[in-house]
Each structure stands twice: as structure tokens, then as C-alpha cells.
Design a protein around this ligand. Structure first.
Ligand SMILES: CC1=C(/C=C/C(C)=C/C=C/C(C)=C/C=C/C=C(C)/C=C/C=C(C)/C=C/C2=C(C)CCCC2(C)C)C(C)(C)CCC1
Ligand SMILES: [Fe+2]
Length: 334
């Protein structure tokens, strides 16, 4: 029997990552283009909160099978899986407690951690899509994370202020003077330089994506831009990676079939997503309004981000090739 392809790396033809990578690339670019198009034609006006809230909710399931990811690679049984899920929930709970105890510093750390998580998510996805092993690319990751998160946050500082003030009691939610200008003056030229470097390396898709992200965060209403990035770009690309990690999907994905893998993902993600939605609904019932929802969601997202980012960092770790998936015969393919 032919060895099964490595679930963690893939090239462009017939391997587990090819079809989900293509689909995720298309979905993310189309969604970003749609939000920009609405802005330049009809204008989002006072409905710009819709893509923000929609994106934040749509992005929830992307971490909902995090507990299965090490299990896929390390062939864990139910006991270890349950222990890991409990540990994941415990890390999230401790983070939430810390966040509510010191929301100001916690929000700052959360934003930096998020930018790092988004940026490394971009570079890892691009590596795998191009058939390269995931490499550490700190500078491009910092630039991409800054472009996707810091630019909308700075541009949307006025709209974000009431949300930040609700998350950090006693603050007016605004950035210290000058910080926004400095961030834009660093991130935007750095993004242009990154796009140029990618063009010079003939990495056309990645270069075009830097351009698409820049148009999104500079043209669309800032919070709408972040919402569509989170829910339809970052989350969708991460989900594509997770589909390729599940050994049960190998045959379907190699044949280019996405339906059954997506169904498996939906089933596995349903319960953890509903659990988190229930907590969100419970906390939100005391707040109300879309700003209340976002302000309630932020500490919850921060809490989930810590174990989520740790799982993804483990997935991206450099080192020997990950364990191969077990062939149907029960033998481990090398
Ligand atoms: C598995 C599991 C689970 C679940 C999980 C999940 C479901 C996850 C998810 C995850 C996730 C889902 C993650 C996320 C992340 C996110 C992020 C990273 C974000 C960020 C954001 C930001 C940073 C924001 C910002 C802002 C501000 C600051 C202001 C206003 C505006 C805005 C909003 C823009 C549980 C616990 C049940 C149990 C155990 C196991
Ligand atoms: Fe993520």
C-alpha cells in the first residue's frame, strides 16, 4: 500500500491540504472583496457593526476542535483527549479570571498576542499552500498581524473606544496620543515592503494577498474589515488546516472532496461551539446591544485565544516532520 500523505504538509496536487487551501483562499478573498465592494458602492453606514459581530461569531468554531488536533497527530485515546480538553478549558478559565482582574494590561497583551497569532497563521498557511514546511518568519508575521489587526484598530479607534471603555472600566477607551500615527507609519510601509519582497521572490499569490488585506483594512469600515478578516479569512484558513489534520479526511481530500470533511468538522466542532455560545449568551444577557456583545465577547475570545494560540504554535513548531497518519491497515505510514 502506498504511504498516506503527511497531514501537516502538502503540495499542490491531490494531497490533503490542496483542496481546502484552494477553497479557503477563494472564500477569504471573495468575502474581503464583498465587504469592500459594499463600502464603495452603497456604503456600510451605521450597519458596519454587522460584519464585525457576524465575523466574531463565525470565527468561533475555528478553535472548537483544538483539543482534537494533538490527538490526530499523536494518536491519543479518549482518556488523554478528555484530559487535554479539560486542561484547555482550565487554561481558558484562568485567562478569563486574569483578564477580568486586570482588564487594561490584559487587553494590551491580548491585542499583541492576537496580532502574532494572525500573522503566524498567515505565514504558516502560505507555506503549506505552496508545499513548503512551515517556517519561522517573525518579520513577515509581525507585518501581516499588524496589517490585519493594528491598522483597523487604529483607524477604528473612535468606534472601538466605547467597547474598550466597557471592557476596561475607568478608561475612556482611547489610545494614548501619537500611538496610532506611529503604528500606521510603521505597519503600512512595512506591508508595502513585504509585498515588494514577495513579488521579487515571484510569490504572486502571497504578494496579492498583502495587497488585498491592505485594501480591506484601508477602504472598508475598520471594524467591519476586522470582522470579515477574523471570521472569513483567518478562521477559514485555520479550518482548512484542521481539515487536513484529521486522518479520517485523507482519502476525501486527496480526491478533492470537501463535503464529507466539512461535515466531520461541523459535527466535531458543534458541542464546544455551543458551549462557548451559551457562556457568551449568559454573559451578554447583562449587557445588551452590539457594543455590549463585542465587549462581552472580547474577554471570552481572549480566554480562548491563549490555549488556541498554544495549540496552533505547537502545530507550527519547527522540527522533524510530524508523525505520519496511520494507514487503514493499522500500520503507521512513513
Ligand atoms: C476545544 C474546547 C473548547 C472550545 C474551544 C473553542 C470554541 C475555541 C475557540 C477559539 C477561538 C474562537 C479563538 C479566537 C481567537 C480570537 C482572536 C485572537 C481575536 C482577536 C480580536 C481582537 C484583538 C479584537 C479587537 C477589538 C478591540 C480590542 C476593540 C473593539 C474592536 C475589536 C473587536 C476589533 C471548550 C473550551 C468548550 C472546552 C475544551 C475544549
Ligand atoms: Fe485562530
Amino acid at each position: 500500500m502506498r504511504p498516506l500523505p503527511d497531514p501537516g504538509t502538502a503540495d499542490r496536487t491531490g494531497t490533503p491540504f490542496a483542496a481546502p487551501a484552494r477553497a479557503a483562499t477563494t472564500v477569504s478573498l471573495v468575502a474581503a472583496a464583498a465587504v469592500v465592494l459594499v463600502e464603495v458602492t452603497a456604503g456600510w453606514g451605521d450597519r458596519a457593526w454587522l460584519p464585525l459581530v457576524g465575523g466574531l461569531l463565525l470565527g468561533l468554531p475555528h478553535g472548537a476542535v483544538d483539543h482534537l488536533v494533538p490527538a490526530y497527530r499523536l494518536r491519543w485515546g479518549p482518556a488523554r483527549l478528555a484530559a487535554f480538553a479539560l486542561g484547555y478549558a482550565a487554561v481558558a478559565t484562568v485567562t478569563w479570571v486574569l483578564f477580568t482582574a486586570a482588564p487594561g494590561p490584559a487587553l494590551a497583551v491580548f491585542v499583541l498576542l492576537s496580532a502574532w497569532h494572525f500573522g503566524t497563521g498567515e505565514t504558516a498557511f502560505a507555506d503549506l499552500r505552496a508545499g513548503r514546511p512551515v517556517r519561522r518568519a517573525a518579520l513577515p508575521a509581525a507585518v501581516l498581524g499588524g496589517l490585519a489587526l493594528l491598522v483597523p484598530l487604529v483607524r477604528g479607534a473612535e468606534e472601538a473606544a466605547p467597547v474598550v471603555a466597557a471592557v476596561v472600566p475607568g478608561s475612556d477607551g482611547t489610545l494614548p496620543p501619537g500611538v496610532g500615527t506611529v503604528l500606521l507609519a510603521v505597519v503600512l510601509p512595512a506591508a508595502a515592503a513585504l509585498a515588494l519582497a514577495l513579488l521579487l521572490e515571484t510569490r504572486w499569490t502571497e504578494a496579492a494577498e498583502v495587497g488585498a488585506l491592505a485594501v480591506l483594512v484601508l477602504v472598508a469600515p475598520p471594524l467591519a474589515a476586522f470582522g470579515v478578516y477574523f471570521g472569513c479569512w483567518h478562521a477559514v484558513r485555520h479550518t482548512a488546516r484542521v481539515l487536513a489534520e484529521d486522518p479520517a479526511n485523507v482519502a476525501d481530500l486527496a480526491a478533492g472532496r470537501l463535503g464529507p470533511p466539512l461535515r466531520r468538522f461541523a459535527v466535531a466542532a458543534a458541542l464546544p461551539t455551543v458551549a462557548v455560545l451559551a457562556v457568551l449568551a449568559l454573559l451578554w444577557s447583562a449587557a445588551g446591544g452590539w457594543r455590549g456583545l463585542v465587549a462581552t465577547d472580547l474577554p471570552l475570545l481572549a480566554a480562548l485565544t491563549v490555549p488556541h494560540a498554544l495549540v496552533v504554535a505547537w502545530l507550527d513548531r519547527p522540527g522533524p516532520a510530524p508523525a505520519r497518519v496511520r494507514a487503514p491497515s493499522g500500520r503507521v505510514a512513513r
